[in-house]
Write a protein that binds this ligand. Structure first.
Ligand code: ADP
Length: 606
């Protein structure tokens, strides 16, 4: 069978995504590869499909048991013979899998890295003639990645042990340094390097100044009633407080953080997977292993510490390709909290001084990139793409607050900018953001009195602004490089050549002010729902939840939302028509066809 046939018969997909074709071609040709695709890009298909072409048994190395189990569940739902070996399995179950492996029944075997190197498993793999290894989350092998795992280093010996096999590394971490390191560590031979597009057009990005964490969270969740949402907080305490506030409002929400015991964490993950709860309020401990593809909202109530982290965390939204929203509640105070937190932990660590300095500098650099993203008056898709080294090809994205016109420029931006810059000059470029703003607002502080700054001509020039709004404007000028800031412990704001151009009126300035009011509907969202019978969609979801419960499987492994929406849009009237819907292959048709046709006909499913 050829690739296209396999794709439609097993997965019910019409086409491969461009990079998937190339990755699969490399796998089939036995050529080593490094495949870099953002979360949701479709990496798994690249190693799931090839073994079906020649009925081989391939091995996938994966760092997390939860990830493996989810994938095996999804594969079993389409009748694909796959199994996972990990620590803590029942002896009997392990033996059953080994028997299936030796009998050549498995197309994919998932294994944790420590399983592979410490057991007789390697002999068995050699015996069945394994010819392809996929290494998932391959950045775990690199010190330069964000999630180094020492046990991944041992994978280096696989090349020696299986000299004729091909190796295929998969990761969502984009930096060239990590990519190179992966290839070197795994001893890849002239690998094909395939790098995907980092932009996620179906994600709608918004940044909202944080004024009221709970109120704003409730308002934003209100746009996603009954849908899967992840709300990220900085501290364990915050997750618990916020989750109980949401629960009090009747929202099905639970907290998740590393301080909960394994049982509690597992129960929350399961409830989210089975769709019995809608919202998880979590620290960043929640994420790896969360494969739910229909997450419609990722809300950050505090600033993530880098754009890499933000890209990864928001990457959990809309993996089914349907529109999803990513909102960041921003306060510049978070930048300072992060900086002092990192300073403290570096001070308390036993790092060498220059190592500590390097770590600190890199943290600050990452934070500032994050802040620039939050404060810039630029398309968020463009800002993110460019940060990851890819030019953004569109003039507007129609999928961020800036392009949707939800942000508004300050009517007298130019004059306000000139007032701020003059004030920096008047305080002789010797003070930080806070003091400059206090002077502009005409505040009465001890510092102002001590320096006699109430006598400056710029004192009280912006009396109507509160401190937070004033600081926000100064940060916008810093982010647009119309002002500069010294490094060090007590950074001061200084002028640069562009500041003078603004003062002389030679350079125009646009400052943003947030617009009150509702978020608009992004085009992508409207498209995804067009023609969908929402009532039928909800009935299909309820049915899916029942099936998932009965099978003890995550709901999205039964069907993803995209398939359900396609059904609720096209309302096929026969098995043949159903087979033409995306996401329905032969196995799903056999298992669920009758029930779905009943639901479409308005009957109780048989
Ligand atoms: P990753 O592992 O890169 O984060 P996944 O492999 O989980 O991404 O794929 C993300 C989503 O895209 C899944 O819901 C998957 O079913 C879907 N998908 C992958 N490839 C295709 C394709 N060729 N056509 C349609 N949907 C696809």
């Amino acid at each position: 069978m050829d690739v296209a046939d396999i794709l439609s018969r097993w997965w019910g997909f019409d086409t491969l995504r461009p990079l998937q074709s190339e990755a699969i071609a490399a796998a089939l040709a036995g050529r080593d590869s490094v495949v870099v695709m953002p979360t949701g890009g479709g990496k798994s298909l690249c190693y799931q499909l090839p073994p079906l072409v020649g009925d081989t048994t391939d091995v996938v190395i994966s760092p997390l048991v939860a990830l493996m189990k989810d994938q095996v569940d999804s594969l079993e739902a389409i009748g694909y013979p796959a199994a996972a070996l990990y620590a803590g399995m029942e002896q009997e179950e392990r033996q059953r899998i080994r028997d299936r492996l030796v009998a050549g029944e498995l197309r994919l075997l998932f294994a944790a890295p420590e399983r592979l190197v410490n057991t007789g498993l390697l002999d068995m793999l050699a015996q069945v003639g394994v010819k392809r290894f996929a290494i998932d989350e391959a950045h775990c092998i690199s010190h330069w990645g964000h999630d180094f795992r020492p046990e991944y280093r041992q994978l280096a010996m696989l090349r020696e042990r299986f000299p004729t096999a091909s190796f295929h590394a998969f990761t969502a971490t984009a930096t060239p340094r990590v990519r190179k390191d992966i290839a070197a560590q795994l001893h890849l031979r002239d690998p094909e390097v395939l790098v995907g597009t980092f932009d996620r057009p179906n994600l709608v990005y918004r940044v909202v100044p944080r004024t009221d964490r709970i109120g704003q969270t409730l308002e934003i969740l209100g746009r996603h009633r009954g849908e899967a949402s992840i709300v990220y907080c900085l501290s364990r305490r915050e997750t618990e407080d916020l989750a109980s506030r949401l629960a009090a409002e009747g929202i099905l929400a639970r907290p998740y953080h590393a301080g909960l015991n394994t049982g509690q964490r597992h129960a929350t993950q399961e409830a989210f997977a089975r769709e019995t709860i809608d919202v998880v309020v979590a620290t960043v401990a929640f994420g790896m292993g969360i494969d739910r593809s229909n997450v419609r909202l990722v809300l950050h109530t505090s600033l993530p510490k880098s754009l890499e982290a933000y890209q990864q965390e928001t990457g959990r939204a809309g993996r089914d390709g349907l529109a999803a929203e990513c909102v960041l509640l921003y306060s510049s105070a978070d930048v300072f909290s992060w900086e002092s937190l990192v300073r403290k932990s570096v001070d308390e660590s036993d790092l060498e001084p220059d190592e500590a300095a390097r770590l600190l500098a890199s943290t600050v650099e990452h934070l500032h990139a994050m802040r620039r993203y939050a404060q810039a008056a630029r398309c968020r898709h463009a800002t993110l793409s460019e940060y990851f080294g890819q030019p953004y090809p569109h003039a507007t994205c129609d999928a961020c607050d800036v392009c949707l016109g939800e942000t508004e420029s300050l009517p007298d931006s130019m004059i306000t900018a000139q007032k701020i810059i003059s004030c920096v000059a008047r305080v002789e470029e010797r003070f930080g953001v806070r003091h400059v703003c206090e002077v502009l607002r005409g505040a009465k502080t001890e510092g102002i009195t001590r320096h006699g700054h109430e006598r400056l001509s710029t004192y009280g020039l912006l009396p109507l602004l509160d401190q937070r709004a004033a600081e926000n404007l100064v940060h916008q000028l810093l982010d647009q490089e119309l002002l500069s800031r010294s490094g060090g412990d007590r950074p001061v704001v200084t002028l640069n050549a562009r500041s003078w151009e603004v003062l002389r009126g030679e350079r125009q300035v646009v400052l943003l002010q947030p617009r009150a009011g509702r978020a608009k509907t992004a085009k992508a969202d409207a498209d995804d729902w067009s023609g969908v019978d929402r009532d039928l969609f909800e009935r299909l979801r309820t049915w899916r939840r029942r099936v998932a419960d009965a099978r003890g499987k995550p709901a999205w492994t039964i069907f993803d939302d995209k398939s359900l929406r396609a059904i609720a849009r096209e309302k096929p009237g026969s098995p043949a028509a159903l087979l033409r819907c995306k996401g329905i292959g032969e196995k799903r048709l056999a298992d669920f066809g009758a029930a779905i046709l009943d639901l479409i006909a308005g009957k109780e499913p048989s």
